[in-house]
Ligand binder design. Sequence first.
Ligand code: ADP
Ligand code: MG
Length: 354
Amino acid sequence: MAIKILSPQLANQIAAGEVVERPSSVVKELVENALDAEATQVEIQIEQGGAGLILIRDNGSGISKADLPFALARHATSKISDMEDLISILSFGFRGEALASISSVSRLTLTSHTAEQAEAWQVHAEGRDMNAVVKPAAHPIGTTVEVRNLFYNTPARRKFLRTEKTEFNHIDEVIKRIALVRHDVTFTLTHNGKRIRYYRAVPAQSELAQKQARVAQICGNRFIDSANHILWNHFDLAIEGWVMPLSTSELESSQIVQGIQYCYVNGRIVRDKVIMHAIKQAFQTYYPDSFLSDDKLAYVIYLSVSPEQVDVNVHPAKHEVRFHQNRTVHDFIYQAVMQSLEAHCAQIDLETGE
Ligand code: ADP
Ligand code: MG
């Protein structure tokens, strides 16, 4: 067969395979966009587990009329302009692929209002039809993205959607992960018209109390009551978080802590082997190996690294990062977690007199 250049539509659909795995990945991308636009309120409305509707409304900076069609174009982003920017990236987005990909596999409507403009504007993109027409609309300052009939034109992918409940649970988990690190933002999540979650931005108490309230809301009081707070820094590394020590009884009821394994690097959720290894090794210092299956460890950890020390551009869904100084980061986390466990274990010794 002769070599042909793919149409932009088809190229977008292929790229969508990487960015848009299921409804929850759409939710993640759209909520991150809202946060990049400095929204303080994000409303997420879901119907039929996201297969019917995913609607995200924010009160962020909005998109100007002139930029609206570009927002849907591939490799179009307002967040970086050169390689230098990529090195010190702090925003969630930077590839300019999400909206292009999502709109190529759904019926997407983007409505936005910036503070500079008198009115709101809207574009609609339907699957392969990429000629976005901009129309006037009504909308307060901020943006609403409405994604209907996800995968309607890619039946092979639609077939892989699981039950409504399963897909919604994935969405719920995505919102938890984001809400855990953005206690300054109010999130509302509804499913089929019913409000399922309401994480209200916690106002100006002390920072710690704020974070603690949000962590308790998401991980449960049981976790926050028994977890040790960690706060430590060393040169340009800083760690804050909660780590729950294990006791025999807690081990028996380990369902309580199941799934509480949240780790953030510079505000991004990650699943990083270096970090997980360091945490586990710290636990191994105090607990016998046979106790320590991964699902028994419970922690919420926020790591700060100077942006040029970490590469976030490794994974399409940005779940992985690469540290320039792996060893240093590993040892830092190991020390921090170990010390927090040590404090706890010493206390137990005192109490029992052992
Ligand atoms: P990226 O986030 O990687 O830049 P996206 O495809 O997700 O790429 O978005 C493209 C562009 O559209 C963004 O760079 C931003 O300028 C604009 N945009 C998308 N969503 C929003 C939003 N909720 N509020 C303001 N601007 C947005
Ligand atoms: Mg984005």
